[in-house]
Ligand binder design. Structure first.
Ligand code: XMP
Length: 440
C-alpha cells in the first residue's frame, strides 16, 4: 500500500463516515474500525499514522459504556479525541474542523497527502493480482456505476481472467445493453457474455400487477439466469462484486445498528460457492465515480442517474405488456435526450417517465382514439429520503410533450408530476418490503 492512513475508531458516533471523508478530502486515506480493535491489529495495518477516537456524545451503547483498549491510548501512534463533550468540544464549523484535522493529520502525525486515485488503482491492481493469482473471476455486470467500475478495475488487473456477464432482463433503458457491449467488449477488450433474457422475464411477469411481486420475480429470475451462465463456465474461483463503503457502513457496525439492508436486482446470494473480490469496498460513491473516470469509463456511465434494479419494470405500472413497456422506454429516451440537450442532464438528480395502466380518449388523425398517458418525473435530492421537484421550463415541457405524443406509439397525453417527497415517493410504486421501510 502506498498511502498513509488515519484510523477512525468507532465509539458509537454516526459521524464516522463524515469524519473519514473529511480526512480523505485532505488527501489522506482513512478507514473506520470498531472500537475494540487491538494494538496488534492496528500494527498489522499498513502505514497507520494516526488514530482518531470518535465517540460523539454517546459512548454508552446498549446500556454499556464502551471504550478503546488501554494499550491504544498509550501506543506510539498519535491519538486524537474528536469528541463532542468536555471543555474543548470538537468544532462544528467546517473550516474549523478542517483546520483541527489538518493540524493533527499533517502536524502531529506527519502524514503525507498521498491519497489519490492513481495510487488507489495501483494498489488495488496489485491486491487483486495477489488475491486472484492465475484463477478466474466472474462478474455480474449490470452497467450501473459500481459494477462498471469494478469491471474496469478487474480488466486492468487481470484482463482475460475476468468474465463479465451482462443480463438484459428487457427492462433496461434504451441504449444501455449496447453501451455495455461497446465499452467492455469493443473498447476494453473484455470477455463479455451478453445474455438476452428479455423474453423469459416478460413471460414470467405476464399478468403480474403487484409491484412487490414484480420486483421479486425480476430478482429471482436474475439470479437464475446468472447461475445458469456461471454453470456453463469452467474453473471460476472468484466472484467480483461492486460493494462500496456505504454498503458496509449502512449494513451496521458494532455500535451503529443497520439502517438498511441491501437487497437488489444484481444482488447475488452469498452461497454461490465463490470467494468474493470487492475492490471498491473502501470507496464512497463520489470516489467510485472518480475511479471510473481515471480508468477511462465514459461520463455517461460514471455520472449516470440512479436507476432501480428492477429497471423499467417499476415504471410500467400494473401488469407489464410489451407495447406499454416500449412506451416507457421510448418516452424515457426522449426525456433523457431533451434534458441532455438543454443542460439538465448533469443537474437534475433523477428524471424518468412512468406509464400507468389506464387509457383516456384523445384525437389522432381526425379520429377518437383511446391511448395511454405518460407521466414525467424530475426530482432533486441529497439522500433520496426527501426530494423536491425540478422547475423545468414550461416551453421545454411543451416540447417534450409534443415529441412524446407524436413519436411514441399509443400515447396521447403527457403529465408532469409536481409532487415533492413527501408526500410522493420518487418512484410511482413504493418500496413495501421491510428492507426499504427505513428509507421511506
Ligand atoms: P423512492 O421511490 O422510495 O426511491 O422515493 C428512492 C430511490 O430509490 C430508488 N428505488 C429503487 N432502487 N430497487 C432499487 O434498486 C428498487 O426497487 C427501487 N425503488 C426505488 C429510486 O429510483 C430512488 O432513487
Amino acid at each position: 500500500m502506498k498511502q498513509d492512513m488515519i484510523l477512525v475508531l468507532d465509539l458509537g458516533s454516526e459521524e464516522n463516515p463524515r469524519l473519514a471523508r473529511e480526512i480523505r478530502a485532505l488527501g489522506v486515506y482513512s478507514e473506520i474500525y470498531p472500537h475494540d480493535i487491538t494494538l496488534d491489529e492496528v500494527k498489522a495495518l499498513p502505514n497507520v499514522k494516526g488514530i482518531i477516537l470518535n465517540g460523539g456524545p454517546n459512548r454508552v451503547v446498549d446500556g454499556e459504556e464502551i471504550d478503546v483498549s488501554e494499550e491504544i491510548y498509550h501506543c506510539d501512534i498519535p491519538v486524537l479525541m474528536a469528541d463532542h463533550r468536555g471543555d474543548d468540544p470538537w468544532p462544528e464549523d467546517p473550516e474549523a474542523r478542517r483546520k483541527a484535522l489538518s493540524d493533527f493529520v499533517f502536524g502531529l502525525c506527519g502524514a503525507e497527502a498521498n491519497w489519490n486515485m492513481d495510487n488507489f488503482i495501483a494498489d488495488q491492481v496489485e491486491l487483486i493480482r495477489r488475491q486472484v493469482g492465475d484463477k478466474k473471476v466472474l462478474l455480474a455486470l449490470s452497467g450501473g456505476v459500481d459494477s462498471s467500475v469494478v469491471a474496469a478495475l478487474l480488466i486492468k488487473a487481470i484482463g482475460k481472467q475476468l468474465t463479465c456477464v451482462h443480463v438484459n432482463h428487457g427492462l433496461l433503458r434504451k441504449g444501455e445493453p449496447e453501451q455495455v457491449i461497446q465499452v467492455f467488449r469493443h473498447e476494453m477488450d473484455a470477455n463479455l457474455i451478453y445474455v438476452d433474457a428479455a423474453d423469459r422475464f416478460l413471460v414470467r411477469l405476464a399478468g403480474i400487477s403487484d409491484p412487490e411481486q414484480k420486483r421479486k420475480i425480476i430478482g429471482e429470475e436474475f439470479i437464475r439466469v446468472f447461475e445458469e451462465e456461471a454453470r456453463k463456465l469452467e474453473g471460476i474461483s472468484f466472484l467480483g462484486q461492486g460493494t462500496i463503503y456505504p454498503d458496509i457502513i449502512e449494513s451496521g457496525t458494532k455500535t451503529v445498528k443497520a439502517v438498511k439492508s441491501h437487497h437488489n436486482v444484481g444482488g447475488l446470494p452469498k452461497d454461490l460457492g465463490f470467494q468474493l473480490v470487492e475492490p471498491l469496498k473502501m470507496l464512497f460513491k463520489d470516489e467510485v465515480r472518480e475511479c471510473g473516470k481515471a480508468l477511462g469509463l465514459p461520463d455517461s456511465m460514471v455520472y449516470r442517474q440512479p436507476f432501480p434494479g428492477p429497471g423499467l419494470g417499476v415504471r410500467c405500472l400494473g401488469a407489464i405488456t410489451r407495447d406499454r413497456l416500449e412506451a416507457v422506454r421510448e418516452s424515457d429516451a426522449i426525456l433523457r435526450e431533451e434534458f441532455a440537450k438543454n443542460g439538465l442532464a448533469g443537474k437534475v438528480w433523477q428524471y424518468f417517465t412512468v406509464v400507468p395502466d389506464i387509457k383516456s380518449v384523445g384525437v389522432r388523425d381526425g379520429k377518437r382514439a383511446d391511448e395511454w398517458p405518460v407521466i414525467l418525473r424530475a426530482v432533486n435530492t441529497v439522500d433520496a429520503m426527501t426530494a423536491t421537484v425540478e422547475d423545468v421550463p414550461f416551453a421545454l415541457l411543451q416540447h417534450i410533450t409534443q415529441r412524446i405524443t407524436s413519436e411514441v406509439k399509443g400515447v396521447n397525453r403527457v403529465l408532469y408530476d409536481l409532487t415533492p417527497k413527501p408526500t410522493g415517493t420518487i418512484e410511482w410504486v413504493g418500496m413495501i418490503s421491510e428492507a426499504r421501510k427505513s428509507l421511506i
